[in-house]
Ligand binder design. Structure first.
Ligand code: PAF
Length: 523
């Protein structure tokens, strides 16, 4: 990875790159750009990963932009962790980090701003005032002009094909999209979903200003927005009802000082009296000296939601997933049954699994169908129109299913099938990579986990009920080893989606865990 600290180094870097700018060509070497102010957290990493997936070259800029800080804001305090950031970028496969200093960028600190907050000594990009004078713009005059100016400068310098911004700064994202459109800048702006801590708190570099107690209290922001979102999904569309839901929840933390709660069109940022097509419900609030922002997009879902539950073995995933499906009247996508059905088919067709062509041929001939029994949420399974729900539970299938599941062709075949079910929506699926790989657009992503000790205790209890006696420490070792294997295996490794909500079940009963998940599902 290259570390570029001046504009001329960036320009020299460009000259070394064999960039072909024909987006239709297969050989297109596209450049993805992630502008940041450093102090990278999982929110930034999700942007970098998206850029990595979609481009040949990824450039990250790290620049604490003086133009976007007001005179009484935290420019000097803002966390600067360049070496650590570069290390993270290197780990993520970034090709170059551009970390210039303000003088080299030709930026003068906004020490003596005009009355409207703009810098007097700098050419400034001025976005449409109706987009900058509401939401955060009210209490941060000049902020978005500062953002717009630096982003346009960076886009000119880096000349990316795509640039990545987080939905967390929804107003910034809307303004940048607008500038790119109005000025015909040749770049595609990609907005990426908010990434949250397990508590629901959106990641932000400014979270480190919060004490542990304030951090716990700040989770009320997302809770309040989620309440409004659930109301919205239940049919309430008007501003007053949605604000009321937000404010009631916020009132449970009296120390919190609300700066604003607003409902706007996510593209134009025009305030909405009610949501017809889509709405952005955004808020800003202070705890102590720290100002935090958060938002949710409100869109009538035209399909039922997908709930993707991942987590290590023994965390209670399948019991919980089944019950959630039953309670919500969604399909429990029994991926285990799918692997069993393919195993049954391979056995029936007598396929030599060492012969890749034979496996591929058998998969081509295998038409799977799953239907959920609405009463029990159990899956009934058909292979080529023959119901095999009972047969796939036979000891022969059980003995062979893990061998079949380990075949990359089978895995690829079934992931495609699972994605097809996902297109219809309305399902609950559990596994190891449901939220990351199979259903990356799931409405709800849960990472259900429990400590090794707790999972060993649960397993011991289960075994004792079946009449087996087993040493707890041995079970702990086995579970830790299984975790290690699950997270490092090449096929379908256990991964927590960056935007998944982690639920730790050590001190939760199954009904309590279910209740927590149900509260997150838009109904
Ligand atoms: O979102 C940020 O970190 C900044 O506003 C940006 C886009 C890097 C401009 O300084």
């Amino acid at each position: 990875m290259q570390r570029l600290t001046t504009v001329s180094e960036l320009q020299a870097y460009h000259r070394q790159q064999p960039v072909v700018r024909d987006s239709r060509a297969e050989s297109d070497r596209s450049v993805g750009f992630v502008p940041t102010m450093g102090n990278l957290h999982p929110g930034h990493l999700s942007l970098i990963r998206k850029a990595r997936q979609q481009n040949d070259t990824v450039i990250v800029s790290i620049f604490v932009n003086p133009l976007q800080f007001g005179p009484n804001e935290d420019f000097h305090q803002y966390p600067r962790t360049l070496d650590l950031d570069c290390q993270q970028c290197e780990n993520e496969g970034v090709n170059a980090v551009f970390a210039p200093n303000p003088e080299d960028m030709g930026i003068i600190e906004r020490s003596d701003p005009l009355s409207d907050g703009r810098s007097p000594s700098q050419t400034t990009i001025v976005p449409p005032p109706q987009m900058t004078e509401i939401l955060c713009g009210r209490s941060r005059p000049g902020h978005f002009e500062g953002v717009a100016t630096i982003v346009v400068k960076l886009l000119n310098l880096v000349q990316p094909d795509r640039a990545y911004f987080g939905q967390k700064d929804a107003q910034q994202l809307a303004i940048i999209r607008r500038i790119v459109r109005d000025l015909n800048l040749p770049v595609e702006i990609i907005g990426c979903p908010i990434v949250r801590e397990p508590s629901g708190l959106a990641y932000s570099s400014r979270n480190q200003y919060l004490s542990e107690d304030e951090k716990a209290k700040a989770t009320v922001l997302f809770r309040s927005l989620s309440r409004a979102k659930s109301l919205f999904q239940a049919g309430k569309r008007d501003r007053a009802a949605l604000f009321d839901a937000v404010k009631r929840e916020l009132a449970t933390v009296p120390e919190l000082r609300l700066d604003y709660v607003e409902l706007v069109d996510p593209d134009s940022l025009v305030p909405l009296a009610s949501v017809r097509r889509q709405g952005l419900l955004a808020l800003a609030a202070r705890l102590g000296n720290t100002r935090s922002i958060d938002n949710v997009l409100l869109q009538p879902i035209d399909r039922k939601p997908i709930v993707a539950i991942d987590g290590p073995a023994g965390a209670g995933k399948s019991t919980i997933a089944r019950q959630i499906a039953q309670k919500l009247g969604l399909m429990y996508l029994d991926t285990g049954a799918m692997y069993r059905a393919v195993t049954w088919w391979m056995q029936r067709e007598n396929i030599n699994i060492e012969d890749e062509a034979a496996v591929a041929g058998a998969l081509r001939q295998c038409q799977l169908d799953l239907q959920a029994d609405p009463e029990t949420a159990q899956c009934r399974v058909w292979v080529n129109e023959r119901e095999v729900t009972r047969e796939i539970r036979s000891p022969e299938v059980t003995a062979f299913v893990s061998t079949i599941s380990a075949l990359p062709q089978v895995r690829q075949f079934l992931v495609e099938q699972q994605k097809r079910y996902g297109n219809r929506g309305g399902l609950v699926a559990e596994g190891r990579d449901m939220g990351t790989c199979v259903f990356p657009n799931a409405e709800v992503k849960i990472f259900l986990t429990a400590s090794v000790e707790e999972r060993a205790r649960r397993r011991k209890r289960d075994l004792e009920e079946q009449g087996y006696e087993i040493d707890l420490e041995q079970l702990e070792r086995e579970i830790a080893e299984r975790d290690r294997k699950d997270s490092t295996r090449s096929i379908s490794p256990l991964q927590k989606a960056l935007d998944a909500i982690e639920i730790q079940t050590d001190n939760l009963t199954i009904p309590e865990a279910i209740e927590k998940i149900l509260a997150l599902v838009p109904v």
